[in-house]
Design a protein around this ligand. Sequence first.
Ligand code: ADP
Ligand code: ZN
Length: 609
Amino acid sequence: MSDPRALDILQRVFGYESFRGDQQAIVEQVIGGGDALVLMPTGGGKSLCYQIPALVREGTGVVVSPLIALMQDQVDALTELGVRAAYLNSTQDWRVAREVEQAFLAGELDLLYVAPERLLTDRCMQLLDRGRIALFAIDEAHCVSQWGHDFRPEYLGLSTLHERWPDVPRIALTATATAATRTEIAQRLALDDARHFVSSFDRPNIRYRIVEKNEVRKQLLEMIRSEHEGDSGVVYCLSRARVEETADFLCGQGIDAMPYHAGLSPQVRAANQARFLREDGVVMVATIAFGMGIDKPDVRFVAHIDLPKSVEGYYQETGRAGRDGLPATAWLAYGLQDVVQQRRMIDESPGDEIYRRRLGQQLDAMLGLCETVECRRMRLLAYFGQQIGPCGNCDVCLEPPQAWDGTVAAQKVLSAVYRLWKERGQRYGAGHIIDILRGKVTDRTRQHGHDTLSVFGVGQDLSETAWRGVLRQLLAQGLLTVDHEGYGTLALTEGSRAVLKGERQLMLRREPEKKARSGKTAGGRAKAAVVDLPPELQPVFEALRAWRGEVAKNHGVPAYVIFHDATLREIALAQPDSMEALSRISGVGARKLEAYGEEILQRVARPVL
Ligand code: ADP
Ligand code: ZN
């Protein structure tokens, strides 16, 4: 049975015509008092799944979120919709906190956001005891997973909610979950009777591309300039130093870039984050410390200039692009050095053998994605247990790489490594091995007499780049390994033998030839305008955007809290001439219609003849 109240709220308050995917079923489950575990990709529409039941059910919906810095924006966005929302966290003045508490007790709040450590205090528990709770929403529920990349110990305490308030429905939500993580979430949060809602994880508007790394900063700049000039984006790096140097580099090239990592002071981080959220066209260069819960809808690209540690993390990070459903790019540059570095980090990481093995498996899955000759999206979704056909919107689908028989090349590499070790007791890194294969006379080859090895110069048929590709793929496939002693030297593995002995044929991936001309390649659209509109409507859209910027500034909120680009685009296209027509646009709810309707109509009005 569908609940008419839920649909009414969706349309009237949020201004959306219909539910998406599992939303309706989830909302009804929670309205009916049942528990739910919701897995939906970023941008799938999780918030409505608890916001609507909180509005329908009596009492206040308590939202547990680890993201203190974003609570203000979440509350502002709800307030713009006419929903009564507030938050309690440590950044607040105690007087303000007391007002919020009073409002809660008086039943004047639809939604209350609380950080987990705050929620679990005696004071807060007692407060909740005295009021009426509509539901508990546990956002970013994967934070309870100890194996995951966002583990928060406070989350473990949340299982007590059920013991204390057995009749209050709980809904746990996350955008990251393999089957294993899902089981772990259900277990740790004691969601024994919860219905599981697993959506498709596909994000068809994101174009996935993984390129071979050579001069990564130049490649990044080229990608931004040719496809995303003036767009908002995120560039992920592995280390703080790399964040700083990359942000500096981009700024030097005239791109509005800012750094974000855990080494910056909380004030600087908050200021940079606020600028990213509030202004158009800012590029955030960050470690993975940045991004969880950032619901900016118009991030047009997410770039990784270092190899991510797991597919789960990678998918979560790239999912921050294109939440508004408009075209977006996920771009990753990856090379030999990444594999060496990550393998070494795993070897040196603290923790026991099981832990390291787990990290190794995660890395292998990531490498498999990078080296695949199949559709990237197929691989990604398969990782989450979902099946699709080739997507037509990833680099592999658009410009298929060639596969070539790399058996002989691999044998040359492996026998060079073997001979150096067997005959000389020496191990070297990739660069030197390639020099030997290509017969390059360097100080080192001469000094160590490596020019007398039988493998010296046997690899002149391939370029240095091609050899790096071979070595990278051998490492990725575990046919070559980084020596445990460190220094990035290479050693054979169990699997090497079969290749050396010619018992195993090895197909390798060759990058498609670079197109000389940039812009219109698989790289995507040559950039013309912010959104896809007929040229004569561009000025209308721009006028609406300028107006939105003003309003957002006056209200002290990010522009997308007023209206999304997608909504402005639809207004520009439809050119509504009455409040009634305007109300039919997706994203225009009752409150916003009342507050901004007249102003918008004026701005799209065609001159009367
Ligand atoms: P998530 O939290 O899953 O990443 P959000 O809740 O932020 O996603 O929703 C993503 C975007 O989709 C938001 O801009 C939201 O307003 C929009 N959205 C959600 N549900 C609907 C719907 N039923 N119809 C239209 N837009 C929707
Ligand atoms: Zn594809």
